[in-house]
Design a binder for this molecule. Sequence first.
Ligand SMILES: [Mn+2]
Length: 299
Amino acid sequence: MSQPVLHIVGAAVGEGASDGGCKWGSNALKEHGLQRALAATGRTVTWGETVSAQPMLASSRLGAIEGFSEHLAQTVAQVLHHRQQPLVVGGDHSCAVGTWSAVAEHLRPQGRVGLVWIDAHLDAHTPDTSDTQAPHGMPLAALLGHGSVGMTDLFGWRGKLLPSQVAIIGARSYEPALLNQLGVRVMYMPEVLERGFAACFAEARAIASTGTAGWGISFDLDGLDPRDAPGTGTPVEQGIRLADALQALDGCSHDPQFVAMELTEYNPLRDFGGQTARAATALLCTVLAPSAATLELAA
Ligand SMILES: [Mn+2]
């Protein structure tokens, strides 16, 4: 079976973060040649519209992210409607609300979407618990049904993700109690170092793909070690090494249950020399490259 067309949606949002540099991330990766690199793997790739947050049209930062989430969700829903595979390129991580709400809505007649969330942070704050009030710290809580209605209730329902079908890898911040209460599996960095990223990812993939109608990956580049990816919104020392990630993520999209991919928090303003752009491009090519079997069929 051949893979669907890969359709890239740029998420030009930095308003969700304290440092807004990620707003320029998707355009910078476009200029870096992301589409060309993905096409060179043998996938058919199109780059659609870029959805931009419009802070001037909103009365608050949260309001801007809510409006942006709605617009991004409608855009991703269209991609799925056309039976293409969405790749959302951020942008700060608040874009996850739009991306995965659309995937959840699309799969709803068949079941749930499961998610592997790779990140230095838990992104599970709500407006009630966040000191910074930065919406990019809230998307996972919103997808689990907690937070502002404009982020939780897209498409008129909440609880886009079930706690038992989400796993986080690479966390090294310990803020919110919400994920503990909900029983979400969190693999903190000490566990990743002890067991190895490959074993952790295999477990996370099983959590996201068992009993669900499909699964995907939301990859926050700050999950990587800053030695490999310095150009992120919020770098944190001692993360996942790029080589380990490349090895473990290889060929994920060959799974027919793999529905969508998201890459977030690329900050070109901190990416001197383009090291992080190269890391992001390599990661996406590794996940999304077609299988050898598909290439043979196409030949
Ligand atoms: Mn994040």
